[in-house]
Design a protein around this ligand. Structure first.
Ligand SMILES: [Zn+2]
Length: 53
């Protein structure tokens, strides 16, 4: 069962980016030329990804 959730998780979050300025969620296929839909900031990060602090 755990594996099932993992897969669903991946599908849900792999293409979701969070704006680092206003924290809006942006669903994008690529970061290339991507902008936040709310504030047009280009500072986006993947919602679920290992990030270096
Ligand atoms: Zn934003």
């Amino acid at each position: 069962m755990a594996k099932r959730f993992e897969i669903a998780d991946k599908r849900l979050f792999s293409q979701v980016y969070i704006c680092q300025r206003c924290n809006a969620k942006n669903r994008l296929k690529t970061l290339k030329g991507a902008k936040c839909r709310k504030c047009q900031s280009k500072s986006l990060r993947l919602k679920h990804k290992h990030l270096k602090a």
